[in-house]
Write a protein that binds this ligand. Structure first.
Ligand SMILES: [Zn+2]
Length: 92
């Protein structure tokens, strides 16, 4: 079990094991900086976002949006914010 310093909670904890559909650079960042506990919180947040914006997971714009949100959530995106207000749902 890899222990990392989580960029969100600051704790030294077990790193997230399975980054679901996050891939590439985002996945690398999560594996290096995201703890399992905060990941669980993110999953709840993600469900909220998907429901609130009726996101279509087959839409590449949804990927783009969630990638941005998760990096902001884990404070890995310089200047990134959890922007719930100005987001226009991709498929509406
Ligand atoms: Zn954490």
């Amino acid at each position: 079990m890899a222990e990392i310093t989580c960029s969100r909670c600051g704790g030294t904890k077990e790193a997230v094991q399975n980054t679901a559909f996050y891939r590439g650079e985002v996945r690398e960042k999560l594996l290096a900086h995201a703890c399992q506990d905060c990941w669980s919180e993110w999953i709840k947040m993600q469900i909220m976002l998907i429901n609130e914006y009726r996101l279509n997971l087959m839409d590449p714009k949804t990927d783009e949006f969630l990638n941005k949100q998760i990096l902001a959530f884990f404070k890995l995106d310089e200047g990134g914010e959890m922007a719930n207000v100005d987001f226009v749902p991709p498929s509406q």
